[in-house]
Each structure stands twice: as structure tokens, then as C-alpha cells.
Design a protein around this ligand. Structure first.
Ligand code: XMP
Length: 521
């Protein structure tokens, strides 16, 4: 933490659903920030982290409840700007000598704020209120009723007389609304203004990150060898190229081909890494092993678990051949790292067991190198571009670890996989030809365990039916089906039935998530 060269902003998380959005907005303003749960931030942490500014997030608790979360008092003694958002505003008032009360009317949704008095010129309002008022998103029950010493009201809304308050001497600001959400259109500007008044210059760029990450990888790894499990996806590919740039041939990539990849996928990955990047690569062609063990398996969770188990075995087998390997590289991203703050507790229900290699490092006694731990997905793509990875590769749709197995409901056979690969390639070709690829989060074909009767030429056919799936999404958590034109769907169905032996019927899956999921299993 302490060896970073750029300035850092600390977000103390009180458990709001939208805390991650604060980080997103700040990163967009080229400010480096990290989210840490309130109960992990103590004085020693603050000293190590040395934030140039602090933001206190919203949260579901009420400061009036006994035992509700607080910020360490030291936060207010660091001499750096602090911004409190919603619950964060109330925490600030409570801890600095103001007053918060409940029982007022709850305020949810759209509101309009205006600067009060002569405060339009405050730095935090730069570029705002050009039309008199700004739309903001409110979501609170309690509210501040008495200001802490040193604070004054600098903005109000009809429902929140203390919508924006400040102690301009100490650069403490607090807002009742949520500047980080989409529904506060000028919130991004307000957050950026806060960082600029805190002295951030916007030095968080991918070029700077690349240099710094390379230096950190070299420091961490020294002369040791690193193994990287390559899936062909964007994250592990960017991690591999970055690490290779840092330590060259000390890196070996292992690409486990489970026989459940798309048409030509294995060739593309191997060619790119071995030939184009010159990265030592072990291509573990284990299709026979995986497909053998999956024979007769049709239950989705059994499929996933079988693949996950074999993947670890195979990876381990090949990794053992690499002498002196001490590190395992993973493309872990920031959203996987952020510890969520839970007040209610209790594990969530497992809908699908996602296959990953999480258990590997402990089993193999390897330490982890995770150079993307601080990045969001779109930042990983930007880093990939910075590293010169082809645009077509960086923009690829996500592909699940278990591959085509979960797009083949029922029993998996080589025949079905062959048909599925061809149909999928036609569908993606159609999408690319119509210029729709980048508008769609993910698109694929699922082959259904159903044969139907058709007529082709003068003959009867009895072949598989398939389903097209194409969705829009922001993060894969929720999704909508893509509204293709009927013309597009008709043309695609004609092409698939005409070009792919084994399919004589095409359907389009128009289920959203929820209640559906993106994959079929
Ligand atoms: P679902 O089907 O759960 O998928 O709506 C959400 C997103 O996750 C991908 N997915 C996986 N990715 N390993 C992965 O790496 C998995 O086991 C896995 N299962 C689903 C899916 O493709 C979609 O993008």
C-alpha cells in the first residue's frame, strides 16, 4: 500500500448498495481510490494509507441506533478534506458535535438542490448551478437538524434544508443526497470538484498504472518463476501480458483446453500468446479427460463441479513441471476484492457454483500475483489497449469457465458440441456483420436436448433445436434480452439451419435476468 506513487483517496464504506459507484466516478476523474469497510479502518491503517482525502459512504443503519457504525475520530484530525454522503453526512455531524434526528418524513427519489446565500462560488460547485438548481437523488430517513461547530449550510432542497453543508476552513463537506448515482446528473462533477480541492491532479492514468504495476511485480517476484492460468478471457490475458512485460521468461502460462471451447478458440489463444507475444505457453489438450468424465452427466451442478475439479488437477499436474515456480498469477479484479459490509449477515443462496481456481494457491503452496486487483473491468480493457492487445480481443464477450458444457443442457456429446460450435460461429458472425457485437454484453447459442421434425428440400429431417441468447447488461448481475429485428432473427435462423448440419429449428430466448440467468445452466 505504501509504495504507490500516486495520491490516494480513501472511501470508508458503511454498507451502502452504491458505494462502488463512488469509486467508479472517482476513477473516471483519474483519481486513485480504495474502498475499505468502516470496521477495518483504524488509526494504524490510516497512517499507512495516508489518504489525501476521505469520503464517508452512505449506509443502511441509523446513527441514532446504539452500536451503529462510526468513522475513527482520527479521520477528522488528519488535516485532509472529508466528504460525507447521506449516512456519512450524519456520521460526520454526530461525531463533530451536530445533531441528527429521525422521524421526519422519509425522502426517496428525485429532488432539486440550490446553493444558499453567497455560496455559488464555492469550489465544490464549480461548473454547477448554471441553470439555478441541480437534480439530485435522495434516499434517507433520518436527517441533520443541528450543524456541528464550524459548519454552515451551502445548499438546500425543499425537503432537506441541510442538503449540502460545509466547514470550508477544514474542507469538510457533507451532502444528504447521493452524488455517485446516475440519477444525480451533476454528481460526477461535484465529486471531481471535491478531489480537485483536495489537491488531486488526476494522475491516475493507465500509462502510469502500467509502469507502477510492472515495478511492483518485479519487486514482489524477484528471480522466482510465475505460473499463469490462461483462459483466453480478457482478465487473465491482460494479467499475463503485463507480467510478461515485467519479468519475461520467468512467466509460463498454462492453457487448459477442456474440449469445451468455441470454434478455433484454442488455436487463437495459442497463436496469440506463443507466436505473437512469445510467452512460454503450455497447451494442455485435455479434451478426452474432461469429455470422458462428463459422459452421462446431465445435472448442471455436477457438470460444473466435475469441470472445476478436473481443471484444478490438470493445472496442478502441468504446474508441477515448472521448476522453481513460487507464484501463481490471477486476473482477480477489484470488485472481487472489495469486502462487502453486511449488517444482516448470513450467506446468500448459491444459484450456480462458478468455477474458478481459488483453491489452487493453498493446495500448491504458491503465493499470488494479482496485478489487476485494483482495477475495474473497463480499466482492465484500457490497460489491455495500453499494452497493445488487439481491440477485437479486448472487446470479446465474456465466456464462462465451464465453457460450452453449460450451453448444452442435458448430456454432453462430441456430436452436440460440434454442432453447437458451428451454430454459435454463425450467430456471432451475423452479429458482427450487422455491427451489433459491441452493443451486446454476451451472445451465444445453446443446443437443446430436443429433436424436432423438419423438411428440407423434399426430405424429412429429425434434428436438434437450438436457442439463440443475446443480452445487454452492465455487470452480468441483471440482464435484458437484446431486441433484434425480426429480419435479423429470420436471416440468422435461415443461415443456421442451412449451414449447420444437425439443427433444423432455431428459437430466440427472450427471458430477462432475473428471473432467468444468462447461461442456460
Ligand atoms: P449467469 O448464467 O449466472 O451468468 O447469469 C452471469 C455471467 O457469468 C458468466 N458465468 C461464468 N463465468 N465461470 C465463469 O468464469 C462460471 O462458472 C460461470 N458461470 C456463468 C456468464 O457467462 C455470464 O457472463
Amino acid at each position: 500500500m505504501s509504495d504507490q506513487i500516486h495520491d490516494r483517496l480513501l472511501i470508508i464504506d458503511f454498507g451502502s448498495q452504491v458505494t462502488q459507484l463512488i469509486a467508479r466516478r472517482l476513477r473516471e476523474a483519474n483519481v486513485y481510490c480504495e474502498i475499505h469497510p468502516f470496521n477495518t479502518v483504524d488509526d494504524a491503517f490510516l497512517q499507512r494509507f495516508a489518504p489525501k482525502a476521505v469520503i464517508l459512504s452512505g449506509g443502511p443503519a441509523s446513527v441514532l441506533d446504539t452500536g451503529s457504525p462510526r468513522a475513527p475520530q482520527t479521520v477528522f484530525e488528519l488535516g485532509v478534506p472529508v466528504l460525507g454522503i447521506c449516512y456519512g453526512q450524519q456520521v460526520m455531524m454526530e461525531q463533530l458535535g451536530g445533531k441528527v434526528e429521525g422521524g421526519h418524513h422519509r425522502e426517496f427519489g428525485r429532488a432539486f438542490v440550490q446553493p444558499s446565500g453567497a455560496h455559488t462560488a464555492n469550489q465544490i460547485f464549480r461548473g454547477l448551478f448554471t441553470e439555478g438548481r441541480e437534480e439530485v437523488w435522495m434516499s434517507h430517513g433520518d436527517r441533520v437538524t443541528a450543524l456541528a461547530p464550524g459548519f454552515e449550510i451551502i445548499g438546500t432542497s425543499p425537503g432537506s434544508p441541510m442538503a449540502i453543508i460545509a466547514d470550508t476552513e477544514r474542507n469538510f463537506y457533507a451532502v444528504q443526497f447521493h452524488p455517485e448515482v446516475h440519477h444525480t446528473p451533476s454528481g460526477r462533477q461535484m465529486l471531481q470538484n471535491f478531489t480537485r480541492l483536495a489537491g488531486f491532479t488526476g494522475d491516475w492514468t493507465m500509462a502510469a498504472y502500467r509502469e507502477e504495476a510492472i515495478r511492483k511485480i518485479r519487486d514482489q517476484v524477484g528471480d522466482a518463476k510465475v505460473i499463469c492460468g490462461l483462459s483466453g478471457g480478457v482478465d487473465s490475458s491482460v494479467a499475463a501480458v503485463l507480467i510478461h512485460e515485467a519479468i519475461g521468461d520467468q512467466l509460463t502460462c498454462v492453457f487448459v483446453d477442456h474440449g469445451l471451447l468455441r470454434l478455433n478458440e484454442a488455436d487463437e489463444v495459442v497463436t496469440m500468446f506463443r507466436d505473437h507475444y512469445n510467452i512460454p505457453l503450455i497447451h494442455a489438450d485435455e479434451a478426452d479427460l474432461f469429455l470422458g468424465e462428463l459422459e452421462g452427466v446431465s445435472e448442471p451442478e455436477t457438470k460444473r463441479k466435475t469441470i472445476g475439479r478436473l481443471f484444478i488437477d490438470v493445472f496442478q499436474k502441468h504446474a508441477n513441471d515448472i521448476e522453481g515456480a513460487a507464484f501463481l498469477a490471477q486476473g482477480t479484479l477489484y470488485p472481487d476484492v472489495i469486502e462487502s459490509v453486511s449488517f444482516a449477515g448470513g450467506p446468500s443462496v448459491t444459484i450456480k457454483s462458478h468455477h474458478n481456481v481459488g483453491g489452487l494457491p493453498e493446495k500448491m503452496g504458491l503465493k499470488l500475483v494479482e496485478p489487476l486487483r485494483e482495477l475495474f473491468k473497463d480499466e482492465v480493457r484500457a490497460l489491455g489497449r495500453e499494452l497493445g492487445l488487439p481491440a477485437s480481443f479486448i472487446g470479446r464477450h465474456p465466456f464462462p469457465g465451464p465453457g460450452l458444457a453449460i450451453r448444452c443442457p442435458g448430456e454432453i456429446t462430441r456430436e452436440k458440441l460440434e454442432i453447437l460450435r458451428k451454430a454459435d460461429a454463425v450467430f456471432i458472425d451475423q452479429i458482427r456483420k450487422h455491427g451489433l457485437y459491441d452493443e451486446i454484453w454476451q451472445a451465444f447459442v445453446a443446443i437443446l436436448p430436443v429433436r424436432t421434425v423438419g423438411v428440407m428440400g423434399d426430405g424429412r429431417t429429425y434434428d436438434f433445436a437450438c436457442a439463440l441468447r443475446a443480452v445487454t447488461s452492465v455487470d452480468g448481475m441483471t440482464a435484458d434480452y437484446y431486441p433484434f429485428s425480426h429480419e435479423f432473427l429470420g436471416e440468422t435462423a435461415t443461415r443456421i439451419v442451412g449451414e449447420v448440419n444437425g439443427i433444423n429449428r432455431v428459437t430466440y430466448d427472450i427471458t430477462s435476468k432475473p428471473p432467468g440467468t444468462i447461461e442456460w445452466e
